[in-house]
Design a protein around this ligand. Structure first.
Ligand SMILES: [Fe+2]
Length: 198
C-alpha cells in the first residue's frame, strides 16, 4: 500500500501539543534531507529502510509523548496510533525506538536510526536561533549562527543534546562532518518553514 502521509499527519496534529507537533514536522524534514544527502553520497545500502520509513519515523516519533502515554514514551507509539485506526510498520518502529536508547534499549545501528538519534534535539536549537533573529524567520537563519550557538554557547537551547548531535561524525555511523550535518538539517527545516509556523 502506498504511504499515506496525510493520515499520520492528521493523527500527530490531533494528538500532540503544537510545539511537539511542529518539532515532529521539523524532524520529518531533517530525515528526508539526511536520506537524500546520504543517497547522493551512495551510502544508502540494501539494509536501509525505504525513504518513506525515514520520514514517517520523524513525523510520528513523539506521538506518544502526549496524554495518557507520556510516561511510557516512546514505547506506546502503536497504542497512540490505534486511537486513529493506524498501524506502524515494524521497520518504522525500529527507527523510532533508536531516538531514545536510554528508554527503549535500542541503540542506533542503521543510518536511519543514527539520523533520528542525532537530529532529534538539533531541531530545537535551530528553532531557538530563528527566534532570536529580528524577523523570527527560519528562512533568515544563517548556518554560521547555528554553528556558533552550538559550539560556543552551551547554555543556549540547553536542552539540545550536543554530545548526541555530534555523534553524526562517528565513522561507523553517519560519518557526516558536524557542520555539514547542521547545514542539512537547517536547509531541510527551512524547506518546510511554512508548515512549522516559522
Ligand atoms: Fe523528538
Amino acid at each position: 500500500m502506498p504511504y499515506n502521509r496525510q493520515v499520520y499527519y492528521d493523527a500527530a496534529k490531533t494528538q500532540l501539543e503544537p510545539n511537539i507537533f511542529f518539532h515532529s514536522l521539523a524532524l520529518e524534514a531533517c530525515m528526508s534531507g539526511l536520506y537524500d544527502y546520504l543517497k547522493s553520497e551512495n551510502k544508502i545500502g540494501d539494509l536501509e529502510p525505504p525513504k518513506d520509513d525515514w520520514t514517517l519515523a520523524g513525523l510520528i516519533h513523539d506521538i506518544d509523548y502526549s496524554a495518557e502515554f507520556k510516561s511510557n514514551h516512546p514505547n506506546k507509539t502503536n497504542e497512540a496510533l490505534e486511537k486513529y485506526n493506524l498501524e506502524l510498520p515494524k521497520s518504522v518502529d525500529d527507527i523510532i525506538k533508536a531516538h531514545a536508547p536510554e528508554l527503549t534499549g535500542v541503540k542506533p545501528k542503521t543510518l536511519a536510526q543514527w539520523s533520528i538519534f542525532c537530529a532529534d534535539s538539533l531541531t530545537g536549537l535551530i528553532v531557538a536561533v530563528a527566534l532570536v533573529y529580528p524577523s523570527r524567520k527560519l528562512g533568515d537563519v544563517k548556518l554560521s549562527s547555528v554553528v556558533k550557538r552550538f559550539l560556543k554557547e552551551p547554555r543556549f537551547a540547553a536542552g539540545t543534546r550536543r554530545n548526541e548531535v555530534s555523534l553524526c561524525q562517528q565513522k561507523d555511523g553517519l560519518d557526516i562532518p558536524l557542520e555539514k550535518f547542521i547545514e542539512i538539517c537547517l536547509l531541510s527545516m527551512q524547506s518546510t518553514a511554512g508548515e512549522i509556523g516559522l
